[in-house]
Design a protein around this ligand. Sequence first.
Ligand code: GRF
Length: 208
Amino acid sequence: MTRLRLAVFGSGYGSNCRAIHQAISDRQLTAEITVIISDQEKAGILDFAKEQGIPAFRIASSDFASLTDFHHALLEILKQYHADMIILAGYMKKIGKPILRAYPNRVLNIHPALLPAFGGKGLYGKRVHQAVLDYGAKITGVTVHLVDEEYDHGPVVMQKAVPVLDHDTADSLAERVLQTEHELYPTAIRLFAENRVRIENRKVIIMN
Ligand code: GRF
């Protein structure tokens, strides 16, 4: 089986990227992280890239005269590293149309709630978990979805529920949800690596 070549984008610590990398090392996932991209200078995900010797770039639209130039530079990097798929792992920027067009149904994101609940613009990080607690929801979870032009909106690939406990704080909930993210993301990527995904409108059909 050929190895799926992943470009992982992140703005933060990169624990999901680390979990994906671990799944690859453990041979749970036939893939390769060929490049890591961050918009943030001081992102843990870039430290991880350095530790592992994975090519990495700090690149943000603010470095460029226009969005067109930024997208052009980004696409050049993706091409240079022969990325088959883009994996958003805590990437805080919206993915532009030129990138989505170059990677149709090939950009994945992970969201720390059960979409369409507790998602959309402004709902990221701790804010998601606080919103779940404020609402009094009994169940939250993780969603892996394809990325389209709207925040947290593309077709759902996989979801897994996580119970909300009475004594939960945003931190304790975030921690439990994150553990589930680390299991679910490599599992979802594996479906693509094994070519088992068919997409019909909003429906992601998983073939055996
Ligand atoms: C995760 O909770 C993910 O769901 C969200 O951002 C967080 C990233 O964490 N999109 P990490 O950088 O992978 O540790």
